[in-house]
Design a protein around this ligand. Structure first.
Ligand code: TYD
Ligand code: MG
Length: 449
């Protein structure tokens, strides 16, 4: 069979070549060429080859009932914005080993259990491996398995079997026989994804695609797919930690501020009903360098412990190490501590970490972080039973943050008697004793002074 014509196009400037070249002769960029199917029909004299179609008024388009259906996994439904949408394409990205296959097999099992037909396409593991994992997570019934990597075979199977949901694990193993390039290359990933999207849209099949991201940044990974799919979820959390957080980063059918919290157990991923309690279990409130913070995970408040260790440095360049918070934020908070609260850290190594593998990237971590560092340096505990949140301005002022009320409610619910927060949050109410602070110096004075 003759291969369809393809061309190679620079993803930087759009220049096309008949074969792959390492450096674009037009814009000079390296490694930007991607194989594409060449247009087939030669345009007619007027340049128009297709016949016109009748158009429909948007208001006349019918919206099907049961547009959305539950996966049976509450946390997964939450991130999806209330369940799977028929005919949508969901991409689940994350590092290898984080739990993508486990979650999808559990979701497939749960869907199968409710009578929704699921086709599980496994390109990465053998049928036996999938079966043994399914046994482990209790999901063997109601799932059809297709060990296949050729996207045309997958298409044909879906058309014949008509499942409601297709799970593809993973996009990096698929290939389009019409194109050059090994599975996992940008060209193959884009082409196979485009065919899956077309399949979903034309037949109303819901497609869930796994995409691996590497620690070094993605090679032909989910990033190139983000704009072709409807929903992008990312799996976060160090694989050696208890918690796995699934976050929505794009959702055409829901909010992106949602997150699902799971825990990896011996029998698959378990939903964490009381994440604050689990994260704070085993905490010793009476030690220095430990501060409980109220952060937001999507629209839900979560209490996490921020820890700091400050030791005299024997290095010319004292060490600053951060786990779970961004290093630039730590450096900035240290600079504010030094300049605005008179706490000198120049001859000390500083280590900070958020316990439990949670990543906190919101500004509300500033005040808890600064207090944890000050507490560690002074070797004085901040006090048991106090929850802290607040952003720090460069002048040392404590600034308001969103969702103050939800944070305070969570503190009260978890039995914390005091809340140390921006003075502006006073109006948010809550039954915990509220201590409003205006500056970092004031916060240090009140907790450690
Ligand atoms: P996996 O879901 O295969 O990750 P991914 O598909 O994202 O690459 O596996 C995640 C890890 O979880 C793996 O190291 C094994 C572990 N695991 C458990 O601890 N308990 C279980 O029940 C299962 C199925 C996996
Ligand atoms: Mg996997």
């Amino acid at each position: 069979m003759a291969r369809p014509h393809t061309s190679w196009r620079c993803q930087q400037c759009g220049h096309a070549e008949p074969r792959w070249v390492g450096r674009c002769p037009q814009c000079g960029e390296y490694g930007t060429f991607v194989e594409e199917a060449a247009p087939v029909a030669a345009p007619g004299p007027s340049g128009v080859t297709a016949s016109p179609q009748p158009v429909t008024a948007l208001a006349d388009v019918s919206v099907e009932e049961e547009f959305r259906f539950s996966t049976g996994i509450g946390e997964f439904d939450t991130v999806l914005g209330g369940g799977l949408v028929r005919g949508s394409v969901v991409l689940i990205g994350g590092e290898p080993g984080i739990g993508k296959s486990t979650l999808l097999l559990q979701a497939a099992g749960s869907l199968g259990h409710r009578g929704v037909e699921v086709l599980y396409v496994c390109g990465e593991e053998s049928a036996q491996q999938v079966r043994s994992r399914a046994d482990r997570v209790g999901a063997a019934n109601g799932i059809s398995l297709l060990p296949e990597v050729d996207v045309s075979v997958i298409e044909a199977t879906v058309l014949a079997e008509k499942p409601a949901v297709v799970v593809v694990d993973s996009i990096q193993t698929l290939f389009d026989p019409g194109l050059d390039g090994v599975p996992g290359s940008v060209g193959q990933v884009r082409a196979t994804a485009a065919r899956l999207v077309r399949l979903a849209k034309s037949h109303g099949t819901t497609v869930i695609v796994v995409g691996h991201v590497t620690k070094e940044g993605s090679i032909a990974g989910p990033r190139v797919l983000e704009h072709v799919v409807d929903t992008v979820l990312y799996f976060e959390g160090a694989s050696d930690h208890m918690f796995r957080i699934v976050r929505a980063v794009k959702n055409r059918f829901g909010s992106v501020s949602e997150a699902g919290i799971f825990e990896m157990t011996g029998s698959g991923l378990a939903e964490v009903a009381q994440p604050s309690a689990a994260l704070l279990a085993g905490r010793d409130g009476g030690v220095s360098g430990s501060v409980v913070m109220a952060t937001m995970e999507g629209t839900r408040p979560l209490l996490v412990e921020v820890q700091a260790l400050v030791t005299p440095s024997y290095l010319q360049m004292p060490r600053r190490l951060a786990v779970g918070v961004e290093t630039p934020r730590v450096l900035q908070d240290m600079a504010i501590l030094e300049r605005r609260a008179g706490i000198s850290l120049g001859s000390h190594d500083v280590y900070v970490s958020v316990v439990g593998g949670v990543r906190v990237s919101e500004p509300a971590v500033d005040l808890p972080l600064a207090l944890a560092i000050a507490s560690a340096l002074k070797n004085r505990p901040v006090g048991d039973g106090v929850v802290v949140f607040g952003e720090l301005g460069l002048t040392g002022d404590v600034r308001g943050v969103p969702h103050a009320e939800a944070r305070m409610r969570e503190a009260t619910r978890m039995g914390f008697g005091d809340v140390l927060a921006p003075a502006s949050a006073a109006s948010a109410g809550g039954s915990a004793r509220f201590v409003g602070v205006r500056t970092l110096a004031e916060a240090v004075e009140r907790t450690l002074g």
